[in-house]
Each structure stands twice: as structure tokens, then as C-alpha cells.
Write a protein that binds this ligand. Structure first.
Ligand code: 5AD
Ligand code: SF4
Length: 405
């Protein structure tokens, strides 16, 4: 009988896309999928490490399967795999924290998952020998630097009309609170021809809407030789940057609509807004995380811009991109955040009138610069600040909803 797999995805859209890629690879190998965790032979948790809360959710789910562990290897219990950012963050230490986990695979090694599952079911340890103890069966793959390009071309998308397309992986910004550069590695751009090939293949399968994905999409750059413009002209470009990429994608036949996430303010400029206005198929939507409205905190966060720079961007965006929507991310309670710093953030949210804002309480992450600072804002104070901005934003979003925005 064909083995059934249950996949649960936590975290950002990048993980959603990674899960699709993993499912595509496993489907090619003949595995089936199930939505019922109790019927699964293999359970995959594609995990997020961005905040402690995100990790805790995974540990409690993994813990549910503790009692099912049989004495006979892999009989009467599902195989459990942890993939994604927690896998990369903790590597083989996961087996100490959760002994019922069988394999651990980091984001740059997802192409190895089918082989690992096969090996475990065959009863082979990583060295190829038959293990004498369960621990020898533990497999972890977390050393990959980058993914093979082919894995994006399995053509597996959860949705019939919409596809996520990864344009870059990793991040080299090292915002002081963020674990992403440590778990996803430095920024690596996919070649633009590979991206276009993936989009064209997706369109052939009936996809009409695309979301371009990356931790910081507007830092995208790709080497190139020759590009076809929508008008049918061919030009040679020394480099395709994000704006060029948007223009090329806008010209793809059969594509009806596309968008992109996430943008970093320091890499955002008027030229992007002009391109957004000019590209008819591009959604007039910008996710531009501000994180804080206080210059002092922005500096400590290593964000590379100040409050004025951000507000000027928003003004220009609204002037140039007619009817453009804008959303943001905010962290409250960063180490040393005073009442005045918080007030700056509150005022910025009031001033900008975001269409939506995602508000997070600061959570220290291993390896990050900020983890060396004392997490000195009381939990109750973080909760209060979180609630205050949430309420403010709720009111703003409600007004937008009333006006049909
Ligand atoms: N604590 C709280 N929020 C965080 N984010 C990233 N790292 C942390 C952290 N250590 C938030 C940021 C980011 C979003 C995806 O998650 O706001 O934009
Ligand atoms: Fe993290 Fe900053 Fe990179 Fe975003 S830009 S992924 S917050 S390091």
C-alpha cells in the first residue's frame, strides 16, 4: 500500500511554498497525502523559528505523538520529520528535545527528503548499515548551502489559479532581532530565466495569478545576457534587478495578476513605485515592515533607515501608486524600548493609516545580536503595548472596510 503523508506548515509564505515543493517531490515518488493526521504513515512539520511562540506551537504538536512510539522500529507509529527553520536552528539537538522525531531537514536540504524517508523505511542508517538501536536511525540534513534549481519545477501548487514563486532565498540584512539570516542563510537570488521558466510552466498548468516571494524581494539582482521585452524587442542587460523583473513578468502572456512580498524600506525607492504604477497586472499592494517608529530603536534593530525616510517613502508611494494599499509589521517591547519610543511607533501607525498591520511582541532568538541585550520590557508591558497598537489598527482597518477599500 502507498504510504500516506500529512504535512503541517507553520510560519510565512516561504514555508507554504516550501511545503508545496516538498509535496511535489514526494508525489513524484508515489506517496499519497492525507488531511487526517491519525491516518498518516509520515508526519512532516514544516516549522518556523521567528518567535518563541511559533516554536512552542510545534513542540506541543510533536509531543502529541510521543505515546505512539512502539518498540518495533516504525511499526504502529508514524515517522516524524521536522523540516524548515526549527530544523536548521537546532539541528540534531532536536532529537534530545523530542526523541520521537526521526529526521530533521533544513530549508536548503528539502530535496533530500524523499531519499531520507526511503532510507528510514528500508531500515538503513545514514551509513547504509542496519541499525541496532533506534537512535542510529536518526537522520539530519542541515548542511546545504543552496537548493538545486530543479526542485522548483515539480509543478505542484495547492491552488489551481494562484502560485507562489520564490525569487530569492535567505537574507543578509541581519536585523538585530531576527533569526532568518542564521536559519535561511545569506541572500541568494534565483536566475531570472529560471524564474520565468517556472512562471511559464505554471501558466501552462492553468495558473493565472502569481505572488513573488523573498525575505527582501526588492534586493533582487540577477546576472543576464539577453531579455525579451513585452513589445517583442530583445535587449541585452548586464543585470536584471527587481524592477526589470517586474516589467518582464508583467509582459508574460496568460498571466492576469501578480504581486510580491516582502519589501525592505532601505531597498525601496520611487523607481519601484513608478514601476508598480506602470505594470498593469501588478497588484497595487506593498508590504513594507516598519518594525518601529522610534529612530533610536530602529538603529538598535539595525534596520538601515529612520522614521523620516520611512514616512517619505509612504508619501511618495501614495502619490505615485494610485489607490495603493500598504501593510506593515511592528515589533513592540524591543530591549530598552521606553514609553516615548513606543509612543513614536503608536503615532507612526496613526499617521500612516496602514490597511493592515501585523504586530508582534519582541521575542529573543538564539544567535541574534539582540539576544545579547537584556530583554528588559516586562511581559505585561509588551502585552499592553501590543494591545494598544492592535486596537488602534483595528479602528483604522474598520474605517477602510467601511469605505470599501
Ligand atoms: N520577535 C518578535 N517579532 C519578530 N519578527 C521577526 N523576529 C522577531 C522577534 N525576534 C517579526 C518582524 C518580521 C515578522 C515576519 O516577524 O516584524 O517582519
Ligand atoms: Fe529578518 Fe531583517 Fe532579513 Fe526581514 S530583513 S528576514 S527582519 S533580517
Amino acid at each position: 500500500m502507498r504510504k500516506k503523508i500529512f504535512v503541517r506548515t507553520y510560519g510565512c509564505q516561504m514555508n507554504v511554498r516550501d511545503s508545496e515543493v516538498i509535496c511535489g517531490l514526494l508525489r513524484k515518488e508515489g506517496y499519497k497525502f492525507t488531511d487526517e493526521v491519525d491516518k498518516a504513515d509520515i508526519i512532516l512539520f514544516n516549522t518556523c523559528s521567528v518567535r518563541q511562540h511559533a516554536e512552542d506551537k510545534v513542540w506541543s504538536q510533536v509531543g502529541r505523538f510521543k505515546n505512539k512510539k512502539g518498540t518495533v522500529l516504525y511499526e504502529n507509529r508514524p515517522l516524524i520529520g521536522i523540516v524548515g527553520c526549527i530544523a536548521q536552528n537546532y539541528k540534531e539537538k532536536i532529537f534530545e528535545q523530542a526523541p520521537n522525531v526521526d529526521f530533521v531537514v533544513g530549508p536548503s536540504d528539502i530535496d533530500k527528503i524523499p531519499g531520507i524517508i526511503k532510507r528510514i523505511f528500508r531500515g538503513q542508517s545514514p551509513s547504509g548499515t542496519v541499525p541496532s538501536t533506534l537512535f542510529e536511525m536518526k537522520i539530519w540534513e542541515t548542511d546545504g548551502d543552496s537548493r538545486p534549481e530543479e526542485i522548483y519545477h515539480t509543478g505542484f501548487y495547492e491552488d489551481k489559479e494562484h502560485a507562489y514563486v520564490v525569487i530569492s532565498e535567505g537574507c543578509s540584512n541581519f536585523c538585530s532581532y531576527c533569526v532568518v539570516p542564521y536559519v535561511r542563510g545569506p541572500l541568494r537570488n534565483r536566475g531570472y530565466k529560471d524564474i520565468l521558466k517556472e512562471i511559464e510552466e505554471a501558466i501552462d498548468k492553468g495558473i493565472t495569478k502569481i505572488t513573488l516571494l523573498g525575505q527582501n524581494v526588492n534586493a533582487y539582482k540577477s546576472q543576464s545576457q539577453c531579455v525579451s521585452l513585452p513589445e517583442g524587442d530583445k535587449v541585452t542587460m548586464s543585470q536584471v534587478n527587481f524592477i526589470d523583473l517586474l516589467k518582464i513578468i508583467n509582459g508574460i502572456k496568460g498571466l492576469k495578476e501578480f504581486s510580491f512580498i516582502t519589501s525592505h524600506p532601505k531597498d525601496t525607492a520611487i523607481e519601484l513605485f513608478k514601476a508598480m504604477e506602470d505594470c498593469a497586472k501588478l497588484k497595487k499592494y506593498l508590504h513594507l515592515p516598519v518594525q518601529s517608529g522610534s529612530d533610536r530603536i530602529l538603529k538598535l534593530m539595525n534596520r538601515g533607515y529612520n522614521r523620516k525616510f520611512y514616512l517619505d517613502l509612504i508619501n511618495n508611494y501614495r502619490k505615485i501608486v494610485k489607490g495603493g494599499q500598504v501593510t506593515t509589521d511592528i515589533i513592540v517591547g524591543f530591549p530598552t524600548e521606553t514609553q516615548n519610543d513606543f509612543q513614536d511607533t503608536y503615532d507612526l501607525v496613526k499617521n500612516v493609516q496602514f490597511n493592515a498591520a501585523f504586530i508582534f511582541k519582541y521575542s529573543p532568538r538564539p544567535n541574534t545580536q539582540a539576544a545579547n541585550m537584556v530583554d528588559d520590557v516586562l511581559k505585561s508591558e509588551k502585552e499592553k503595548r501590543h494591545r494598544l497598537i492592535l486596537e488602534l489598527q483595528k479602528g483604522i482597518s474598520k474605517e477602510y472596510a467601511k469605505s470599501g477599500y
